[in-house]
Design a protein. Structure first.
Length: 142
């Protein structure tokens, strides 16, 4: 809501409209067109649309204009490198033993990092360390 002198501008979406006024989304009270509003557009033509209402000192509508809809925020831009290293998806589901080994490796990495108070709390460090533990656990028997 913007006030200047004795007028106020309110922007919103019309939930309902009739020939005498409008009810904006999120509001409980109707806003009526002033009997002194010469040349004010018919509120019904904006029904369901985004409008800008110019109100007088008593809160009556003096003018209705179409307002630009709220801008849609842009979609996030994909980065060149993923935050977490890409893990190849196995062709077949992982065995229970492999899942347990990964869980143990991740738990050990997190506990090791938690004990080292000089290390940053960057999750990528724990994931990298867990991957190294997993690689060591899953190495072929020699």
């Amino acid at each position: 809501m913007i006030s200047s002198g004795t007028t106020t501008v309110v922007v919103g979406r019309i939930a309902r409209a009739n020939d005498r006024g409008v009810l904006l989304d999120g509001e409980d009270e109707w806003r009526n067109v002033s009997k002194f509003a010469d040349g004010c557009a018919d509120p019904q033509q904006f029904d369901g649309g985004d409008v800008s209402l110019t109100l007088d000192g008593q809160g009556y509508i003096r003018a209705i204009t179409e307002a630009a809809p709220a801008p849609v925020p842009p979609a996030p831009v994909a980065t060149a490198e993923p935050a977490v290293p890409a893990v190849p998806v196995p062709a077949e589901p992982l065995s229970k033993d492999t899942m347990i080994a990964r869980h143990v490796a991740l738990k050990a990495a997190v506990e090791l990092l938690a004990a080292d108070i000089t290390t940053d709390s960057d999750p990528e460090i724990a994931i990298s360390l867990a991957a190294a533990f997993e690689e060591w656990l899953m190495r072929p028997a020699s």
